[in-house]
Design a binder for this molecule. Structure first.
Ligand SMILES: C=C1C[C@]23C[C@@]1(O)CC[C@H]2[C@@]12CC[C@H](O)[C@@](C)(C(=O)O1)[C@H]2[C@@H]3C(=O)O
Ligand SMILES: O=C(O)CCC(=O)C(=O)O
Ligand SMILES: [Fe+2]
Length: 268
């Protein structure tokens, strides 16, 4: 199912965390508690790593479907089309899911792109390492903001060799059925990536300047997040919620709820 909507106004209240500022740790804790979602600026992920990966992804997704299918199915890793995950969820999306493990085999993707698999590995590793470093900084600030020792209590979950961290690239292709439609009624039958929480500790999201990302506020309203290709968005996943409910609530008396979000198709 795809939710189709004319772009309505953007929400300007997403908490903003400037990683270069000393008060970030307290702001991160408040954002996790009040919102479960925040935007990161002044991160150290080089734009060069982001652009390199984005251009390889664009090349891959522009390949003929018959070629892309050779890199599938995503069970668990590879190319997937419309079928999101293993729960039968459906979306107007195609994706690549890869392990962040450095031994991952990129041969299938490299053949389609006509490049050496080591080039793809290097591009993914550069990006993923920089994003992991940023994620560890965020998780350590979170522990510090909560006054929990040691400060790597969360970040060690990410650095663990058995960590289930994954790298996913989603592509939301144009939908010929809705092109040219002038939908004033918020026709509810078209969605890119359906409403869900992520099972991980946190999810780090970045997209190009495409709108459609929506988050569910505590009052039950879905609101649209303004896109920003230079920033990352972070959302609280189920594992952090569970950790806080069972371990931290007793100690520090704070609760973080994992966060519902989705991506809709927007008529321009
Ligand atoms: C629709 C779904 C796909 C997903 C499991 C879920 O029910 C909700 C979270 C999705 C997600 C997002 C992050 C990762 O890409 C992923 C592998 C995960 O752990 O949670 C996917 C799941 C998936 O593709 O199976
Ligand atoms: O498109 C997005 O920004 C969200 C994608 C998403 O929720 C996911 O991959 O888990
Ligand atoms: Fe997600």
């Amino acid at each position: 199912m795809v939710i189709l909507s004319k772009q309505t106004s953007f929400f300007n209240g997403v908490p903003l965390i400037d990683l270069s500022k000393p008060d970030s740790k307290n702001l991160i804790v408040n954002a996790c508690e009040e919102f479960g979602f925040f935007k990161i600026i002044n991160h150290d992920v080089p734009m060069e790593f982001i652009s390199k990966l984005e251009s390889e992804a664009i090349k891959f997704f522009s390949s003929p479907l018959s070629e892309k299918l050779k890199a599938g199915p995503a069970d668990p890793f590879g190319y997937g089309n419309k079928q999101i995950g293993t729960n039968g969820d459906f979306g107007w999306v195609e994706h690549i899911l890869v392990s962040t493990n450095s031994e991952f085999n990129y041969q299938k993707f490299a053949s389609i792109l006509g490049v050496n698999p080591e080039n793809i590995r290097a591009a993914v590793n550069d990006y993923v390492s920089a994003v992991k470093k940023m994620s560890c900084d965020i998780l350590e600030m979170l522990a510090e903001g909560l006054n929990i020792h040691p400060k790597n209590v969360f970040s060690k979950l990410l650095m663990d060799e058995n960590s289930d961290s994954v790298f996913r690239v989603n592509h939301y292709p144009p939908c010929s059925e809705i092109e040219g439609l002038n939908d004033n009624n918020n026709n509810n039958d078209l969605i890119g990536f359906g409403e869900h929480t992520d099972p991980q500790i946190i999810s780090i999201l970045r997209s190009n300047n495409t709108s459609g990302l929506q988050i569910l506020l505590k009052d039950g309203h879905w609101i649209s997040v303004p896109p920003d290709e230079h920033s990352f968005f972070v959302n609280v996943g189920d594992s952090l919620q569970v950790h806080c409910l069972f371990a931290l609530y007793v100690v520090v008396g704070r609760i973080f709820l994992s966060f519902y979000y989705r991506r809709i198709k927007v008529i321009r």
